[in-house]
Write a protein that binds this ligand. Sequence first.
Ligand code: SF4
Ligand code: SF4
Length: 319
Amino acid sequence: MMFSKLAVCMTNRCSAACDMCCFGCSPKKKTHLSTEQIKSSIRQAAETGAFKSVGFTGGEPFLYYDQLLECSAYGKELGLRITINTNGFWAKNEKLAREKLLALREAGVEYLSFSADSYHQAYVPVDVLRAALRLTYECGMQSSLSIMETVDSQDLITYTEALRPEIYLTALTPHPMLPIGKAMESFSEDKYIRFFETKEAKCTFMGLLQLNFDGNYYMCCSQFCREIPPTNLGKASEVEIKDTERMITSNDYLYVMLRHGFIWYIDLAKKKGFEIPDYLCSPCHCCYFVFRNKKLMSAIEEEVREEAGRLRVQHLLGN
Ligand code: SF4
Ligand code: SF4
């Protein structure tokens, strides 16, 4: 099977309301998945034998701590590795935070992912994030830290410095800010770092199936996925995880994209008179640019069907 990790995006509720949040999460949002649905998806994932881990994200999963603990323990019981994405707000009270982390580790959690930048730190003071990194380490779990930047932000330098010495306890990854969700309202077009050559774009699919708080499965965990129609695999209450791979490979648009990368689409789009920028922010930005363009999708429908058919025959013949 092509999947190895289930990402459970538990809620759009968050303790923060960052100006760049891809899902526009905030304390006012209330949508969250039921424990029953989360456990059902974890069980189905484990039953395939292909899934090795479950990651909980949001919004802020710690706002539903009891559910997070219960579902983590359930995943561990089924032999899966458990990870969590969080903004670290809970480290304000260090004694309570330590108790929560130790219980999560006991429930199978091995890894926490954090973010640092001026948007997150408007809600989570840098000292609190520093405590979260230290406590995660002291409680025997690994962590990573993402820092997102625009063309003129200095957050990579600022927060690498501000988080010393705890920065040495975590794996640091810088990212360009992506033009999706709330970021589109907060930043003008010229603020995004477009360094990725679109003709090189290939799907960065990492074997990750997402159960989103909206109740649907998506074929990836990209920030753009909810705006890219072909990546929506349908309602989790109606779809079985064992069928999701077939759903992807039987979708002509996805099949051609997975086999050729985006260059095939870009060449065809240009031939049909559509403008595609030479540079975008990431391969997923390219995916969003191509697949959410309804006019383009409809103009190339016939060619996509023929190419998907040709590729499937080629595959059957072993080429
Ligand atoms: S902490 Fe994360 S989920 Fe919460 S508002 Fe900020 S970016 Fe969104
Ligand atoms: S390229 Fe598209 S399908 Fe692939 S990971 Fe990115 S958004 Fe998802």
